[in-house]
Design a protein around this ligand. Structure first.
Ligand code: NAG
Length: 362
């Protein structure tokens, strides 16, 4: 069954067409795979669970608690199996140890196995959060399954490492179409391809050319732009308003996403989602694990809460999504119960309770 998804953050609609199979629904309720992940994941997903419960939204959770730290990567199969069954997930971030001996990233393995190829991260200023630049509103659409994250590395002779960055026509085309589709459905004006084709003429050249071809041939109503990734970083810091939708290979999206997070007030404020043809996994757009503040009840759950509203919208539960999004924005704008990352002094729990209280008044 073909399905159009309407996502929404804040006051505007965000629509994504992904030809999703309809998730399973029993007796009017949906089962969603819940993956807290590491670091602050448990705290921020707990926040979402209590809000959804307070709202009586028809969601049942299937919780998969595995860690990127204390296993050798086998656990990811349980998460993949659960997703294959439920088709929809809400996910925190698994930590990936940076030593050379451990397994590769569970996050990468998970996205590849499910082929959730398109990552969408939304960077939109919040009324009430003080930042140097106001009214930022940009979207980064990032290819999730190849590029620099192919995980193909070897030491050919001692002291010489080869890391392969794989770029394909097929995957560049599908992420390009996804980006233009997104732009069209959300009344965005332009899509900008971020690349380094002046140096990586073949790989990034392919990506840039395909984005341009798809745009010109299939989406004449959307303007196509190009920018070199270095310049994109400078422009994003200095003049972010020139950007609308950015489409990027894997690594550049991660780096620019962190710049975007800094622009709007931090990683705790960036919602996101990953889409494939069959599965959708909602996950904070700026993928910080937060090991340093784990278990202290200080994390900002906004990114996870707004990711869950994207999920509710994906399931057609728009009214719940509207209410939760509205309550979250209101509590932040009022500024009395915000977390310390955005200048407040409330705990994760206090902020969550303020949202639940606000919901009761709506
Ligand atoms: C950098 O980007 C700006 C605007 O986006 C553009 O005007 C300028 O020509 C670019 N510079 C280079 C070196 O590509």
């Amino acid at each position: 069954m073909i399905r159009n998804n309407i996502l929404r953050v804040g006051r505007r609609n965000i629509t994504v067409s992904t030809e999703q199979l309809l998730p399973k629904k029993y007796g009017g309720r949906y089962t969603v795979t819940l993956i807290p992940g590491d670091g602050i994941g448990k705290e921020v997903t707990d926040s979402v669970v209590s809000i959804i419960e307070a709202e009586n939204a028809p969601i049942d959770w299937e919780c998969i608690e595995i860690s990127g730290l204390d296993n050798h990567g086998e656990g990811v199969q349980r998460a993949v199996d659960s997703l294959k069954k439920n088709k929809v997930g809400l996910k925190g971030i698994w930590s990936t140890p940076a030593d050379q001996t451990g397994h590769g990233s569970l996050n990468v393995a998970f996205r590849k196995q499910l082929d959730i190829f398109a990552n969408v991260a939304l960077f939109k200023s919040f009324p009430g959060v003080k930042t140097k630049i106001q009214d930022v509103d940009l979207v980064i659409i990032r290819e999730n399954t190849e590029g620099e994250y192919s995980g193909l590395e070897h030491e050919s002779v001692p002291g010489v490492v080869e890391s392969l960055k794989i770029m394909t026509k097929a995957k560049s085309e599908r992420i390009a179409r996804f980006a233009f589709d997104f732009a069209l459905k959300n009344n965005r004006k332009s899509v900008c391809a971020v690349h380094k084709a002046n140096i990586m003429k073949l790989g990034d050249g392919l990506f840039r050319n395909i984005v341009n071809e798809v745009g010109k041939n299939e989406y004449p109503e959307i303007e196509v732009k190009n920018i070199i990734v270095d310049n994109a970083s400078m422009q994003a810091v200095a003049k972010p308003h020139q950007f609308d939708v950015l489409v990027t290979p894997n690594l550049y999206g991660s780096i620019l996403g962190n710049i975007g997070a800094a622009l709007i007030g931090g990683p705790g404020l960036v919602p996101g989602a990953n889409f494939g043809r069959e599965y959708a996994v909602f996950e904070p757009g700026c993928r910080h694990v937060g090991l340093d503040i784990k278990g202290q009840d200080v994390a900002n759950p906004t990114a996870m809460i707004l990711s869950s509203t994207l999920m509710l919208r994906h399931l057609g539960l728009n009214n719940f999504a509207d209410r939760i999004s509205h309550a979250t924005y209101s509590v932040i704008a009022e500024g009395k119960h915000t977390t310390r990352d955005i200048g407040g002094s409330s705990s994760t729990t206090e902020f969550t309770n303020a949202i639940i209280k606000k919901l009761a008044t709506l």
